[in-house]
Design a binder for this molecule. Structure first.
Ligand code: PRP
Ligand code: MN
Ligand code: MG
Length: 179
């Protein structure tokens, strides 16, 4: 299963250590607040499920599916809502959980719509940040790690829907996406 991977960037142990640190910060900041944790499908699924199990506080969970990439390596610039939340965010402390912030288009769109829906507060936790690629000015409040501008897959992240179930984060061999 590793034939398409150039190198492992973060092992499961590396990811676990990052998550423990983030969970500590989030547990402290949200003590007694009953936040609504919003997992952005599909990429953030692994990260969200591991993160919330390390929290010291109860949280509510909901899911939103937005997509900007399609099957390409580059963002199309469009953000589509494929599945909306079931929960009203009005008056809620919302914590958006993302696997990666790249151009920032997905995140800036989500923050904008949660503001119009009158969330009490909106914060973002992302496992990875690629600040070099930013097009929209947006920053996560909790950042696991900054990653170089390489094509990363695994632990939820895909290329053309593949590689999401790798237990680690790796760099994809360029020949896989260059044709
Ligand atoms: C990826 C990733 C983030 C977003 C980041 O999701 O999981 O959600 O792109 O890119 P951006 O900062 O340029 O907006 P994608 O749209 O590929 O959907 P997926 O999570 O289902 O793979
Ligand atoms: Mn995503
Ligand atoms: Mg994707």
């Amino acid at each position: 299963m590793n034939d398409d991977i150039l190198k492992v960037l973060y092992s499961k142990q590396d990811i676990d250590a990052i998550i423990k640190r983030l969970a500590g910060e989030i547990s402290r900041d949200y003590a007694g607040k009953n936040p609504l944790v919003v997992c952005i499908l599909k990429g953030a699924i692994m990260f969200m499920t591991d993160l919330v199990r390390e929290l010291d506080e109860y949280v509510e969970l909901d899911f939103m599916d937005v997509s900007s990439y399609g099957n390409a390596t580059e963002s199309s610039g469009e953000v589509k809502v494929i599945k909306d939340l079931d929960t009203s965010v009005a008056g809620r402390d919302v914590l958006i959980v993302e696997d990666i912030v790249d151009t920032g288009r997905t995140l800036s769109y989500l923050i904008k719509i949660f503001k119009t829906r009158d969330a009490k507060s909106i914060k973002v936790c992302t496992l990875m940040d690629k600040p070099d690629r930013r097009i929209k000015t947006v920053e996560a409040d909790y950042v696991g790690t900054q990653v170089p501008n390489e094509f990363v897959v695994g632990y939820g992240l895909d290329y053309a829907e593949r590689y999401r179930n790798l237990p680690y984060i790796g760099v994809l061999k360029p020949e896989i996406y260059q044709n």
